[in-house]
Design a protein. Sequence first.
Length: 85
Amino acid sequence: MAEQCSFCGNRNLTPRTTQYIHQHHGEMLFVEQVPCLECDYCGEQYFEIAVLKQIEADHRDIAEHRKQPSRVVQVAVQEFQAPAG
Ligand SMILES: [Zn+2]
């Protein structure tokens, strides 16, 4: 796990939980309450390899219908349009 932020060099990283969006073959899995270390200065988040591996495994199981997700949500998608004028 990171001892200091590799983005900004700050040494104050605080344990938090966050939402992680995992993408695999165009499918997305939102994982909530994921433990991470967050940089107090720039907000960059660092995850344990074991945590990422678990998310990958869960996503594979859900995609292959071996596991039910906690819930399913609909997501609105919009292409960015520059404001007129
Ligand atoms: Zn940082």
